[in-house]
Design a protein around this ligand. Structure first.
Ligand code: HEC
Length: 149
């Protein structure tokens, strides 16, 4: 990967030396490839403050409180993927996506991890692997809920 990037970049330098204004193709491609990772996602703390705090600060309807170990310690045993997916789908007083349809799963998961950390549970912002697990748990949960109806 690195090598294929370095070669065109070197080529561009030598072209530039000859006064050729050809755009640095290799570089442009590399930037395009990197772009999706730079989609500006909100941090867990920002999402919490903008959305989740409304219920999770004071514990509305039994919401596990940010910064308080009790509720989160029990959830920690269930695991990050399961708990995040259940919150995302919605459970009892917890509205799907926290009531914010425009949140991405990754942002929601970050906010969940942030709340857990604030309560002393060691959950990190989700990586690709964790997001995949959350998606799987989400599907399972939806199937489960369908059967109950
Ligand atoms: C309208 C109030 C409300 C808002 C807003 C809200 N929550 Fe909740 N949330 C709840 C309640 C109530 C529960 C407890 C549900 C239960 O177990 O009965 C809960 C539970 C959860 C759970 C635990 C799910 C489980 O497996 O038990 C997670 C995770 C969660 N919320 C994440 C979030 C995130 C992240 C946000 C912000 C994006 C958010 N919530 C916004 C009310 C809310």
């Amino acid at each position: 990967m690195k090598f294929s990037f370095l070669v065109p970049a070197g080529l561009v330098l030598s072209l530039a030396a000859c006064g050729d204004k050809t755009p640095p193709a290799g570089q442009a491609e590399a930037q395009e490839a990197a772009a999706p990772a730079q989609v500006v996602l909100k941090s867990g703390e920002d999402v919490y403050k903008q959305v989740c705090l409304a219920c999770h600060a004071s514990g509305v309807a039994g919401a596990p409180k940010a910064g308080e170990q009790g509720g989160w310690a029990a959830l920690a045993d269930e695991g990050q993927a399961v708990v995040t997916a259940h919150g995302w789908v919605g459970v009892r007083g917890m509205p799907p996506k926290g009531g914010r349809a425009d949140l991405s799963l990754e942002e929601f998961a970050r906010a969940t991890a942030w709340m857990a950390r604030s309560a002393g549970v060691d959950w990190q912002d989700p990586d690709e692997h964790m997001l995949h697990e959350i998606r799987e748990e989400e599907e399972k949960r939806i199937e489960e809920l369908k059967k109950r109806r």
